[in-house]
Design a protein around this ligand. Sequence first.
Ligand code: ZN
Ligand code: MN
Length: 252
Amino acid sequence: MMGEMTWPDYKSRVEKGAIVLVPFGSTEQHGYHMCLGTDSLLPTAVSRAVAEQIDAIVAPAVNYGARSQPKSGGGNHYIGTTSLSGVTLIHLVRDMIVEFARHGVRRLVLMNGHMENGPFLAEGVDVAMRELKLEGITDMTILKLDYYEFTSEETLKIVFPDGFPGWALEHAAVFETSLMMSLHPGMVDLSRVREERLANFPPYDIYPADLEAIPPSGALSPAGSASVEKGERMMKEYAALIPPAILKAFGL
Ligand code: ZN
Ligand code: MN
């Protein structure tokens, strides 16, 4: 954990070519039953598990994220959902990448846990890479991944025996709740899950948001079938599949 290291220790690890992982999350409602930090806690846990296996460094997480959207995070109107504007996030990512590069990091992984961050992370990477190129730094490689994309078809069938609703509707639902139950049981209260309807959104976005389309709890599909076992299974899979994918992508 970079935040627990001294600078000389960090420096010597970077000089040896260490991979740096940066968890990206949000501060966002996760229903009545789960905490606002869920999107940051999960990629941080995955990063830790991955780092242990490939001797990587986990940088402090970015605990605020891009504006929550109704179809993937319930929307920005919930009290506690505390978001960044897209331009702020782009500049934050750009500044961080340039700093890591300036200190000698050449292999950086952006480990995302909040879907809405995606395009802004991509833009921040692009702006940073252009800037680094102008400065003569052309040997930096950056990976951007949403950790849940590493869930296998087999696991999806076990975790969602009645059908997988898609990652966007899995906000505060079975997938995130199961992972939180296995990693941070004290931050989940299953008795507060409301078995509401699955969110049913039209194939467009409307502004202002149609609050009738969003389940009042803020969870986009029912989390009642979440379990510790499902969480452990997914976590085990991320720990097994993500490290080799990272090494392969970096040509190691
Ligand atoms: Zn989430
Ligand atoms: Mn989110």
